[in-house]
Design a protein around this ligand. Structure first.
Ligand SMILES: [Mn+2]
Length: 411
């Protein structure tokens, strides 16, 4: 069979779509809307294929509505012969190892490129070849608690590096060299663990927009989320987006579903009434139609406490000016009278990670170093959050969990 192969290559690189993110019904469909737009843009760019570097879904069992919309898009892409290559991300997997990605692959709607075998304790990855361009794609999935790090440690790099032709590596992990300053406690993998000499490294997991070329690893790219997944991301990124690779050029495509309007106030030397006034001054006469309003208040109040600020009235005012959604963040406010302990809102994985690390080494277990303890703790937490399989009886479920624990503890 003669397959036409073009010399040039054009593709879309998305990641962290998080279909079903945001609990609020008003924001819940945003990721889906953004994804539909991203597919539309990719089609108008006439890409050869689309890469999704993990976290297509926000949870292992996505809601029917989100799933239906995604399937519709994939079907559309299949009909016009634009293949979709994915790796599952940390959010795509249930604790028992199930992912909707498998269902979509079974239906022929996408290809999971994380494939390989273990030979002599080494992970030997397989390439998936794109027929139109001849490019060879492989990658490593993401797991909760950065457990994918173990795959990198056992990766057969030589086998990947000696493969001829144009190659793409997909990853869903934090790369140490590209880690933003704020996330220093986040576990990460050094760039040297990734195979050298590929044309493009399509990243996901860290919700930042970044691209960098190292000496042996060019075009290492994080596209950030398709739609910001929490308050902080809305503040920092404003909008979501993805990248188009066009024969060596890397082009940013923002996806502007809603505009954001940010108000940030330092409480220092201010009373709750003064803070209210500042907010009213800032929104006065503002056209807020189709805007997400983000109000962040932080610092130590001169008088009173955070609940003295009448946010209800402020919200009502914003909505009366056409705001689509109004949100506030007051976790960093310290009351005048007493010091309240509040926990910064982070994603659950970061909180988990920080708590485990804080408590490592408190209980001494014979023959266990802190690395092993960290790994074991993560796996245990993962296991305990495991849900009952469909059709599984309670006693079967309990028995499975017990067996898994025995396996983990090598009993
Ligand atoms: Mn993600």
């Amino acid at each position: 069979m003669l397959v036409y192969q073009s010399d040039t290559m054009k593709f879309a690189h998305m990641a962290d779509v998080h279909i079903g993110s945001w609990r609020d019904p008003k924001l819940n469909g945003m990721a889906t809307d953004a994804f539909v737009k991203a597919v539309e843009l990719s089609i108008s760019h006439k890409v050869d294929f689309i890469l999704i570097a993990g976290d297509l879904f926000n949870t292992a069992l996505p809601g029917i509505d989100g799933l239906k919309s995604v399937v519709k898009e994939f079907k559309k892409l299949k009909e016009i012969n634009i293949p979709v290559y994915v790796i599952p991300g940390s959010h795509d997997y249930s604790p028992s190892g199930k992912t909707m990605i498998d269902v979509l692959e079974e239906a022929g709607l996408l290809k999971n490129v994380f494939k390989g075998t273990v030979e002599n304790d080494k992970l030997k990855l397989k390439f998936t070849k794109d027929e139109k361009t001849g490019v060879k794609i492989t990658g490593i999935l993401g797991r909760r608690g950065t457990l994918e790090k173990l795959y990198y440690q056992d990766l057969d790099l030589e086998h990947l590096e000696k493969e001829s032709g144009k190659k793409i590596f997909m990853f869903h992990t934090s790369i140490t060299e590209l880690k933003p300053g704020k996330k220093t406690e986040m576990d990460s993998t050094d760039i040297s663990y990734l195979p050298k000499g590929f044309e493009y490294y399509a990243g996901g997991h860290v919700h930042i927009v970044n691209q960098y070329s190292f000496k042996d690893h060019k075009n290492v790219v994080y596209p950030g989320p398709i739609f910001p997944a929490n308050f902080e991301e809305l503040e920092e990124l404003g909008v979501g987006g993805f990248f188009i690779y066009d024969d060596g050029k890397i082009i940013r495509e923002d996806i502007n579903i809603k505009n954001t309007f940010k108000i940030t106030i330092d409480c220092e030397h201010k009373s709750p009434e003064e803070i209210e006034q500042i907010i009213y001054d800032q929104i006065k006469g503002k056209e807020l139609l189709n805007h997400i309003v983000l109000i962040r208040v932080a610092g130590k109040l001169k008088t009173g406490k955070v609940s003295d600020i009448n946010f209800r009235e402020i919200f009502t005012k914003c909505y009366s000016q056409g705001a689509f959604f109004v949100m506030r963040n007051t976790v960093k406010v310290v009351s005048a009278e007493y010091e309240e302990i509040q926990i910064e809102q982070k994603n659950p994985e970061e909180v988990e990670e920080a708590i485990i690390k804080e408590h490592l080494g408190q209980i001494k277990v014979n023959g266990m170093d802190s690395d092993k303890e960290l790994r074991l703790t993560r796996e245990m937490m993962h296991l305990f959050s495991s849900e009952k399989h469909e059709g599984e009886k309670v006693y079967e479920y309990e028995d499975r969990i017990k067996k898994e624990i025995d396996r983990l503890l090598e009993l």
